[in-house]
Structures are given as structure tokens and as C-alpha cells.
Write a protein that binds this ligand. Structure first.
Ligand code: CTP
Ligand code: MG
Length: 584
């Protein structure tokens, strides 16, 4: 079966009761629409007959009243089916909601390679524009398909009634149908490719926007506003062109359809009128055919639209599935061994490369870390310090070698349980929209006020928070734009501490704490969070005072571990590296 159809069926299954109500509603609404002209035809024929053969109708008013009752019944049914479009819109929303949650969930479990490939703006477009805008997925699944089903049942019902009244006239009236199919076949392919191009242009613009605003400070500091404006102009220009071609094609299509409609009506008037004059059909039948046909034309033209909007929706489905199915070598599974305690860590002959850039970063790394040990990672910029941390967190996977955490192979560990006992302060801290307090509590929503105060105190934030306009209820922008880099990082340190981690990883805190505050941080950690293991990356040599051991990564990607004194004595490169740094 076609994969899109399969996809749709799975979605419908998940909402089967709503879908069932929709089916019933749709059939009822078509039946009501069909019944109205039919009651009219009965009325016309009756009046005609009463006028022509009065002797057959001794009590004509009884017959008339019966038809009036029929009209009243149709009116009542029409009132009920009036809620149908409203319900349909509601079903659209349900689909939109459930799909967005489904794909969002998948995306949050992707690894960094995913986010290298899909820019934020692109992901946002796929989750919003692709899902909810007019001819896109959620509209298609509810309104699109059911409007088509509505059209289809309306056509079928009309045809049944028409055939049962006069087969010859019916056949003559539906002749334009094959013509429309041919027209559709030739235009649809083109529309499909244009549509896809258009969608790409929209994504592109959102990316461009996201990039320029999130990097607005960089743009401004390099005085490159003009360059960005030009980029943006170009992107807008592309979008304008693709959008125009979609509009043009749509205009041509609707023009063609209009003419088909026109010819079909003329046909009925000619053939039907002729047959009515010859007495082959009644005036009521002529009226019925004319009304049904004009009622049918629009749905008939609308049906091919289903294929058009279907194709559009299928592009959107593919775009969503492309994200969902993008291989993530770290599936972030919830399965595997749960770890409760941090009982040390070891690397055995670990190699890591980034094939995209063709660099081999870490070579045959071997080291052990004891549970309560504090270890400093040193090495020149780009030597792979952050990569070591990412390996431990399971964010990247080694090419070869073995990493064990609490004695369990990292491959077999439930990564979530590992991340529960490890807290990580990234090199580039990021905050979420919300207050400072919310940002810190994020890591441990059950933390008591006391724990919270302790965390901000140890992170050396207490004095600073006092200076903020609304203290810790101060909102930080989407990316904490209103805070300094150092403030942001200290907030993420507090966020890490409030977890009461068994292993604390700090990736380059040099920028956020001066030497004096760093000393306070370490003394406070020792006092308030005793027996916490730590891995620290720092460019400040004074950090050496607060750690037990050093892991030095040389410029060839080899790692050397020992106490500072041991390394100075035994490793020439380490000696030179320190010497270089001390000079600065
Ligand atoms: N790298 C990469 N792709 C990534 C991450 C890193 O190609 N997704 C590369 C970097 O360009 C760098 C090397 O891998 O050349 C090591 O990166 P990293 O571990 O981040 O280096 P650090 O030692 O942490 O560098 P810094 O001191 O600047 O933080
Ligand atoms: Mg780094």
C-alpha cells in the first residue's frame, strides 16, 4: 500500500470515533442537500398534474400538505447538519494537536547531528506551517478528505436519483467528467513540484530570520546589517517567484474548470429542455436535473482538488517523516541498565572522529575516574575536551573503544538514568523563556526552597539576583538576551547543583567566574555538596588547586592522566603547555 495512505489510516485509527462521527455527519449532510431539490420537483410535478388533470385530485391540499411536511423535515435536518463544518474544523484541530505532539516528541530525542542538518527555523516551519496552514496536513486530514467525501457522496446520491428518473439525460449531463480528469492529470504534476519549491523557500526565510535575530548581536558587532538585508532580500525574492508560479497555475486551473461548468449547464438546458418539450420528462424532472447538475459541478471540480491538496499534504508528511526518520545514532532509549549510583568511569582505547569534517579528534584514550574524584581536563583549544564530556553523556558515540560508567558498558546503559545522576553545565549555556527561578528549578522540580537557595548561593548568584528588577522572578528572554554570558552560565551552574548530582561536569567556567569567585564556588561545593565527583574544563591554571587530578589532551589527540605534579615530571608536552599558558 502507498506509504502516505498507510500513514493516513494509522492516524485515522488513532481518532476512530471522531472519524466515524464525521462519516455519519457527511452522509447525512449530503442526503439533506439532495432531498431539498427533490421535494421541490415533487411539488412542481404535483402542481402541474393538479392543473392538467384536476379530476384525479379531489383533495389536492392533502397532497400539498404532505410535501410541506417533507420540507419541514428537511429544514430540521438541515439545522442539525449545519454544525457539520464546525465539527470538521474541530477535528482538524485535534489532528494538528496530536501530530505536533508526536513529531515534537521524536525531535527532542534526536542527537546533535540532527540539529546540524535541520536548522531551527526549518524545524519550526515543519511543525507549524506544514501542519496547520490551509491546504496542509491537518486541514487535509479533516476538511480536505471529508469535504471530498461530502462531494463524492453528494454526486453519488444525485446520480442514483437522476439515473432512476432518466438514464439517457443523466448520461448526457455527465459527459464533461472525463475531460476534467485529463486536464487534472496534466496540471497536477506541475503543481506538485511548484508547491514543494515554495515550501522550501518558506523554510529558507524562516531560517534566515531565526539566524539573523538569534545572532543579532554578532550581526551588529560586525556591522553586517547590510549584508544580512541582502541575504534576506534574495530569500524573499525566491519565495515571491515560487509563490507566484503556484498562484498562476491555480488561476489557470480555475479558469479551465469554470468553462467546463458552463458547457455542462448549457448541455442540460439544451437536451433537458428538448426532452421536456417532447414530453419525455416532466417539468419537475427538468428542474431537478438542472439543480442537481449545478449542485454537482462544484463538488465535481472540487474532487480533483482533493488530489492536489493531497499531494501538498503528502509533501508535508514527507517533510515531517524526514525529521522523524533521520537516523539518530543515539536513540536515547529508555531501555538498558539503570544506574543508581556513580561508581566511577573508565575509558579504554576510545577513538572519536567527526567524519563530516574528516578529523580524528581523540586517539586511544585511556583513563579512569573514581567516584569522588575531581578531575580537570586541560588542552589547547579544539583538542577535544568538550568531546570527552559529550562521550560520557552519550551525546556522541566513539568510533571504537569502550566507555564504562559505574562498571556498566555505556552502550548498555539507560542513558536517561545516567543523565539523572550527572549534571552538566555546557560551554555555551542556554536558558529557556521564563523566570530565573523557573530556569533553575527545571532540573529538579521537586527541590525545596532551601535546596534552591543553597544552589544559587553556591553558584555565587545570591548577590546578583538581588540586583535584578524582580529578583529571581525576572524573566529572561528566549535566549536570555538580557543577561551576560557569565550570569547565564552561573544560572546553569545553579541548575546543575539543584539536582544534587553525583558527578558534576563543568565545561569551561572560566568566563563566568573570576579567580576569587571560582575559589568560593569550590569551597562551597566542598562544604554543601560533599562527595560530589567533578569533571572540570578550564583555561585558568588556578583551577588546578581545586582538583585532584588532571587529564591532559595533547595536540595529537592522546590523553595523559595523573596528578599535576606527576604530569609535570613525566610529560614534556604538559610541561610546555603550562609554560605557554603561564606566559600569558
Ligand atoms: N568538532 C566537530 N563537530 C562537532 C564538534 C566538534 O567537527 N560536532 C571538532 C571541532 O571543530 C574541533 C574538535 O572537533 O576541531 C574538538 O572539538 P571540541 O571537543 O569541542 O574541542 P574543545 O577542546 O572543547 O575546544 P574548546 O577549548 O574551544 O572548547
Ligand atoms: Mg569545548
Amino acid at each position: 500500500m502507498n506509504k502516505h495512505i498507510k500513514w493516513l489510516l494509522t492516524q485515522y485509527k488513532s481518532q476512530k470515533y471522531f472519524v466515524l462521527i464525521m462519516v455519519i455527519f457527511t452522509l447525512a449532510s449530503s442526503a439533506v442537500q439532495i432531498a431539498y431539490p427533490y421535494a421541490f420537483k415533487r411539488m412542481i410535478d404535483l402542481l402541474n398534474d393538479v392543473w392538467a388533470n384536476p379530476e384525479l385530485y379531489p383533495t389536492p391540499m392533502v397532497e400539498v400538505n404532505r410535501i410541506i411536511m417533507l420540507f419541514l423535515a428537511i429544514g430540521a435536518a438541515q439545522f442539525l447538519t449545519g454544525f457539520y463544518p464546525c465539527f470538521r474544523a474541530w477535528v482538524n484541530l485535534r489532528f494538528e494537536h496530536s501530530l505536533r505532539i508526536f513529531y515534537f516528541d521524536h525531535i527532542t530525542r534526536k542527537d546533535y547531528r540532527f540539529f546540524q542538518k535541520f536548522r531551527t527555523g526549518d524545524i519550526v516551519t515543519r511543525l507549524t506551517d506544514d501542519l496547520s496552514e490551509f491546504p496542509k496536513i491537518s486541514w487535509f486530514m479533516g476538511s480536505g478528505i471529508f469535504r471530498a467525501f461530502n462531494s463524492f457522496s453528494l454526486i453519488m446520491f444525485s446520480l442514483i436519483v437522476m439515473f432512476s428518473i432518466n438514464a439517457k439525460l443523466t448520461l448526457l449531463s455527465i459527459m464533461p467528467l472525463p475531460l476534467m480528469m485529463v486536464v487534472f492529470y496534466f496540471t497536477s504534476e506541475k503543481l506538485y513540484t511548484n508547491f514543494e519549491r515554495n515550501q522550501r523557500a518558506i523554510s529558507n526565510i524562516n531560517n534566515q530570520l531565526e539566524m539573523s535575530f538569534s545572532g543579532i548581536r554578532i550581526v551588529k558587532s560586525f556591522v553586517s546589517e547590510a549584508k544580512y538585508n541582502r541575504f534576506f532580500d534574495e530569500a524573499l525574492d525566491r519565495r515571491f517567484k515560487t509563490e507566484m508560479s503556484v498562484v498562476k497555475l491555480n488561476a489557470i486551473l480555475s479558469l479551465i474548470y469554470q468553462y467546463i461548468d458552463y458547457f455542462a449547464q448549457i448541455g442540460v438546458i439544451m437536451f433537458g429542455g428538448y426532452m421536456a418539450v417532447k414530453g419525455e420528462i416532466t417539468v419537475g424532472t427538468f428542474f431537478l436535473f438542472y439543480t442537481y447538475l449545478s449542485m454537482m459541478i462544484y463538488p465535481l471540480l472540487d474532487l480533483p482538488q482533493l488530489f492536489v491538496s493531497g499531494k501538498q499534504a503528502f509533501v508535508n508528511i514527507d517533510r515531517l517523516d524526514e525529521m522523524k526518520d533521520h537516523p539518530s545514532f543515539n536513540p536515547e532509549t529508555q531501555v538498558g541498565h539503570e544506574v543508581q549510583r556513580f561508581e566511577g568511569l573508565s575509558f579504554e582505547k576510545v577513538n572519536l572522529s567527526y567524519p563530516e569534517k574528516g578529523i580524528h579528534v581523540l586517539r586511544d584514550i585511556d583513563f579512569d575516574l573514581l567516584p569522588n574524584e575531581k578531575m580537570l581536563i586541560l588542552g589547547s583549544t579544539g583538542c577535544g575536551k568538550t568531546s570527552v564530556v559529550n562521550l560520557i553523556l552519550g551525546i556522541v558515540k566513539p568510533d571504537s573503544g569502550k566507555i564504562t560508567f559505574s562498571g556498566i558498558d555505556l552502550e548498555k546503559i539507560n542513558i536517561k538514568s545516567l543523565r539523572d545522576i550527572v549534571a552538566y553545565v555546557p560551554q555555551e549555556p542556554s536558558l529557556f523563556s521564563g523566570t530565573i527561578k523557573e530556569n533553575i528549578m527545571l532540573a529538579n522540580t521537586d527541590a525545596s526552597e532551601e535546596e534552591y537557595q543553597k544552589a544559587i548561593r553556591v553558584a555565587q548568584l545570591t548577590d546578583e539576583i538581588e540586583l535584578f528588577p524582580q529578583k529571581d522572578e525576572t524573566h529572561v528572554g528566549q535566549r536570555g538576551l538580557s543577561l551576560s554570558g557569565g550570569q547565564k552560565q552561573r544560572i546553569t551552574i545553579a541548575r546543575a547543583l539543584i539536582k544534587r548530582p553525583q558527578l558534576l561536569i563543568l565545561d569551561d567556567i572560566t568566563a563566568s567566574l573570576d579567580a576569587e569567585n571560582e575559589e568560593k564556588l569550590w569551597l562551597d561545593i566542598e562544604k554543601e555538596y560533599p562527595n560530589t565527583g567533578a569533571i572540570v574544563i578550564s583555561h585558568r591554571l588556578s583551577t588546578l588547586r581545586y582538583v585532584d587530578t588532571v587529564l591532559y589532551i595533547d595536540d595529537y589527540g592522546h590523553a595523559h592522566k595523573g596528578t599535576h605534579d606527576e604530569l609535570v615530571m613525566t610529560n614534556r608536552d604538559y610541561h610546555d603547555f603550562l609554560h605557554e599558558h603561564l606566559k600569558k
